[in-house]
Ligand binder design. Structure first.
Ligand SMILES: [Zn+2]
Length: 197
């Protein structure tokens, strides 16, 4: 790989991050490489994050599971991934597990095809981004497109190309410093650990 594509190779923090596992001084877990963050539920779900089974989606009007959420039989959410490229990394990206609304109709199509794994030809579908992410101006209800994928991969989110900082980051990427800041805001401040170890 050309160093011009991958200038982060010259940053010792990046090499430390990706080359071997390290113990997180904040959460106590071992992290390895660029790790994802995840929201356990849509912002609008006020109940506990305890998950029902996905199969409950066929019959329940009010539940939260790993991949679906229905609120009062009226609001329909699916678990997605927001991917943000890391500037200078030669193609690495950071993944944020987030939720989006779908219309009743699209939610039913998504739910009914979920077990088949054959969802790559579905969508994209309009949705409202349904989480507030730390470190950004309010992200709740940003407009987005939900892109279902094949083989049980969670749908990816494409934010409407506005000037919102999160949408800008999805288009242009985030720096390593920004990634480390986002980790720190979410309980994984590894900045010192990457310098020391
Ligand atoms: Zn951690």
């Amino acid at each position: 790989m050309n160093v011009d594509d991958d200038p982060l190779q010259a940053d010792p923090r990046w090499r430390r991050l990706i080359e071997r596992p390290f113990d997180c001084p904040c959460c106590g877990e071992q992290h390895c490489g660029v790790f994802d963050l995840a929201c356990g539920k849509p912002e609008q779900w006020a109940g506990s994050e305890e998950k029902a089974s996905n199969s409950q989606a066929a019959r329940s009007q009010h539940f939260l599971s790993e991949d679906f959420c229905v609120l009062d039989g009226e609001h329909f959410f699916v678990r997605c991934v927001l991917e943000i490229p890391i500037v200078g990394s030669g193609g690495a990206h950071f993944g944020y597990g987030v939720w989006s609304t779908l219309s009743d109709k699209n939610f039913r199509i998504y739910r009914d095809t979920f077990d088949s794994g054959e969802q790559g030809d579905l969508g994209p579908w309009f949705g409202w981004f349904s989480n507030r992410l730390k470190g950004y101006d309010d992200t709740l209800n940003l407009k987005c497109q939900v892109h279902p994928r094949a083989e049980r991969q969670r749908p990816w989110i494409e934010l409407e190309p506005t000037d919102h900082p999160l949408a800008v980051e999805q288009r242009r990427g985030m720096t390593l410093d920004r990634l480390l800041e986002i980790y720190a805001l979410n309980g994984h401040d590894i900045r010192q650990a990457l310098m020391d170890s």
